[in-house]
Design a protein around this ligand. Structure first.
Ligand SMILES: [Zn+2]
Length: 384
């Protein structure tokens, strides 16, 4: 599968142009067909190529352009399957391929219930994502080291909840030396609803720190709505706020221009911008945003627990979590309450508002902490 993806057609005459669309508005795109249509695409080109000797063969290339007409992404399809997405970036008027080329094939094993219990033995429901990363700098030296990655998720056959996630990195095509694969397998439990890591096993050639407090989240692709939800709910659980049933909305349409997220006590929700699920979003920025909003959720719970609440969320916090215990917590809650009465949504007053100052601190600290242990960060980052 890897070589088939990378091999280029030997004889160009064998191929013929079937269809071509140039600079069409992005609204005209077939969204079901083109997986991962980039959010900031304004227009696209489309080319379909056939093979004279094989009527079943098809190759489709779609090029995405931003509002300024710059090519920034291409998706390649072969025989009706999305096989590769390539991203471009610009610097000093020059165009570069981004560091990574994604060659992704999704293999989904869908099992229907009737077929499922064959012979009285439950089979597994699994999903595997496979992709290849090529590092451009190495390629320039004439070497083409390529990593083949898989994320394999096993679901519990009866509950449909995640059982295990195995991330494997297969180093391939390294000219002389063939390095052994590296993997980590996480076994998950669902105690409070979000997957909790029960056990992690990993290959000897991987020096992971098993005590990393973010380990349970690193198994997920945090650039996805699912990943952001797991992270947010997990951090809420860690603060004991899961009882307040806050709804988490990734890719929310309620986000205003320039914002990445918000917590709202009235609607009991945390919403995030679709910017966080873009492939090029920087991981620590995602952590920062999530930890920031979770901090706001805790601040309002404090206000409620100090008896100063005005929303159902704050009343619920008092009811479910009780009064604050220490004098320090009570003082902090009063500061939050004062800041809440003075809250304005923009400007310097917003920036210096105590609620924002403390949430920014929490976000920044989480983002910094997330980048350590460095071995953990580096390994899992490849799978995001
Ligand atoms: Zn904020």
């Amino acid at each position: 599968m890897i070589s088939a993806v990378l091999k280029l057609p030997q004889n160009q005459k064998e191929f013929s142009l079937i269809k071509k669309i140039v600079k069409a508005d992005i609204s005209a795109i077939d969204k079901d067909k083109f997986w991962r249509t980039p959010k900031n695409a304004a227009s696209f080109d489309y080319v379909e190529i056939g093979k004279t000797s094989d009527s079943n063969y098809s190759k489709e290339i779609i090029s995405f352009f931003d509002k300024d007409g710059n090519l920034f992404c291409r998706t390649f399809r072969e025989n009706g399957k999305n096989v590769k997405q390539r991203q471009y970036r610009y610097q000093d008027d020059k165009r570069f391929l981004t560091d990574f080329v994604f060659d992704t094939t999704r293999i989904k094993e869908k099992v229907n219930d009737a077929m499922y219990n064959l012979g009285g033995v439950w089979k597994k429901i699994a999903e595997e994502t496979q992709w290849i990363s090529r590092i451009q700098e190495w390629a320039k030296d004439g070497k083409v080291p390529t990593d083949f990655h898989t994320r394999h998720v096993d679901y519990h056959p009866e509950t449909g909840l995640i059982d295990t996630i195995t991330l494997t990195q297969y180093p391939i095509n390294c000219e002389k030396s063939r390095l052994p694969k590296r993997f980590v397998k996480g076994e998950f439990k669902h105690i409070l609803g979000t997957p909790t890591l029960a056990k992690a096993t990993y290959s000897k050639n991987l020096r992971l720190d098993p005590n990393d407090k973010y380990l349970r989240y690193r198994f997920f692709d945090l650039h996805t709505p699912e990943g952001i939800t797991v992270l947010t709910k997990g951090l809420l659980e860690e603060k004991g706020l899961d009882v307040l049933k806050i709804s988490v909305q990734p890719n929310s349409l309620k986000i205003e221009e320039g914002n990445l997220g918000f917590f709202c006590a009235l609607s009991k929700e945390i919403c995030f911008s679709e910017k966080l699920t873009q492939k090029d979003a920087f991981l620590p920025d995602i952590i920062d945003s999530v930890a920031h909003e979770v901090e706001h959720a805790e601040q309002f719970a404090y206000i409620g627990r100090r008896g100063k609440g005005t929303s159902q969320y704050e009343f619920d916090a008092y009811k479910n979590l009780g009064e604050l215990r220490t004098e320090e917590e009570k003082q902090e809650a009063l500061k939050y309450f004062m800041a809440k009465t003075e809250y304005v949504p923009t400007g310097d007053k917003y920036k210096n508002n105590y609620l924002e100052v403390k949430a920014r601190e929490a976000g920044k600290k989480a983002a910094e902490d997330f980048q350590f242990p460095i071995e953990n960060y580096n390994f899992f980052e490849r799978f995001n």
